[in-house]
Design a protein. Structure first.
Length: 264
């Protein structure tokens, strides 16, 4: 294994930075390429076939060009749809991102759990299976809060977050049968933890939030145990489209240790 071989984190946009933060804490010496498919954002409204084809194609190109030692699909939508297919076609370890239903089921006191995700994520059979396996005897309420993706993208570009966006997400869950009892909310999109403060304000102090970032970092640490890491060049962010507004992301990317940007 080449010690300079990077870890490749892939997301539809900047949401995977919430995973990168946890990974930095666990493996600070690991070289990282953060890949954002801004050319395909958002994934939530797309069909399963569109997401699968796009993710498999892009990761194939990136794997060939950058030779990562491991790929993390730091996107719940892409993982719940395309994880198996990507593993079938790429000869590199693949770590996915799945809704943190298991830890939420362990944390809830009243047994009513909320799940915020994109429309594509919340309808997946994968989520049904997680619910059946880990949340038996609990009540899992789902709400498609895709507009939070845009709010997180805007926030990372230095724009204000409209409180009404998070208020609508809270109302969507609260308005479900038994929704007023929710005490634990799964953030089933990596964009959503970037709005944690705003979501806490919208839901109130009685609700706790769970996401999968720490678990993903632990899994990557386990899979790379014993490997050497050498950073021979600065970590960078890779985008699939050279949008004019990417420059606005530079300060936020620098806070996550990504010192420059490239276009695929």
């Amino acid at each position: 294994m080449d010690a300079s071989a990077p870890l490749l984190l892939f997301d539809s946009g900047v949401g995977g930075l919430s995973v990168l933060a946890a990974l930095r804490a666990a493996l600070p010496a690991a070289p990282v390429i953060y890949a954002a498919d801004n050319g395909g954002l958002p994934y939530g409204p797309k069909s399963e076939a569109e997401v699968a084809a796009r993710v498999c194609g892009l990761l194939g190109r990136m794997s060939e060009r950058y030779r990562p030692r491991l790929i993390c699909i730091a996107c719940n939508t892409a993982s719940t749809i395309a994880l198996g297919m990507v593993r079938d076609v790429l000869a590199v370890p693949i770590v996915g991102t799945v809704p943190a239903i298991k830890p939420a089921a362990a944390l809830t006191r009243c047994g009513v759990i909320g799940l915020l995700g994109t429309a594509a994520t919340i309808r997946q059979g994968y989520v049904d299976r997680l619910e059946a396996e880990f949340a038996g005897g609990k009540r899992l309420l789902r709400f498609a809060a895709g507009e939070l993706v845009g709010a997180a993208e805007a926030k990372l570009r230095g724009q204000p977050v409209d409180p009404a966006v998070c208020a609508r997400a809270a109302a969507g869950l609260r308005g479900s049968p038994d929704g007023e009892q929710i005490d634990t909310v799964v953030l089933a999109c990596t964009h959503f933890p970037l709005l944690l403060g705003e979501l806490q304000q919208a839901f109130g102090p009685q609700v706790q939030f769970v996401d999968g970032a720490a678990g993903i970092a632990r899994r990557i640490t386990h899979l790379t145990q014993g490997q050497d890491f050498v950073r021979t060049r600065p970590d960078f962010a890779l985008f699939t489209r050279d949008d004019p507004d990417l420059a606005a992301l530079a300060p936020a990317l620098a806070r996550y240790g990504l010192e420059r940007m490239e276009a695929l």
